[in-house]
Ligand binder design. Sequence first.
Ligand SMILES: [Zn+2]
Length: 256
Amino acid sequence: MLVYTSSMKQIITSLRDFQIKIAGEKNWLADDLELLHSSIALFADVMGGRENFTRLLGEVLIERADVGSKLALAYKDRIQLSATGRLSAWSVIHELAHVWDAKNGWKLSLKLEEFTGGLTDLKLSETKKGIPEEWDAGLKGAESKPGFYGRKPGVNAYGYFYGDKPSGSNWNFNRKEDFAESVAMYCGWGRNNPLSRTAHGRIERYLLPNRTKDPIYGIADNWSDYARYFYPEGGDYTKTKRWEFVESAIQRVNGG
Ligand SMILES: [Zn+2]
């Protein structure tokens, strides 16, 4: 028991080197703390080291909390992770990306939207409602059946018409989620880390026949039909504008 406690304390102490503070230490399991630590170290590595990481994010408080139906909430100096939901390296990096965006007044996601040729226009989205070729959801929103999750441009709660090819989209997609997912994709793509299977799986699912379940999330959808919206040239995510955008954002952090 003592060993267990001291190892948790040790993780919390080493997180201080990343300017990460843990709130409500008693609400954490050792496994989750370890996952948090390794995910933060992974992100710092991709950013070019701990100094870049802390310069980028400053001090961040991380806590387990009741976040309603969400998995997490991110602010400019705080992340609230669901007290009951499962933690993954993907979700930790996704939330850290939101903090990075928030620290910059949410301008990174705005720039990503511009750079990829997207736009947010709820009125335009309304005009697409019910048009079979353009609207892949129900009239009131997404439905849990193939071809109705709301993946086409503008078919989401925000009227977000993504440009170029994101790795995926659904009813909750908007430019902020786009930025966070793009960062997670960047951290996993072409590497061999806990994000890589998800990053590659998100792209490879578009090679699946329609109405089959993807191996990452277990969702049956018309993947083949969606390839033209999401599958990058030659299946190579580095050919996308999102990869280019995150790459250059990180270069800037590195003073390049
Ligand atoms: Zn998010």
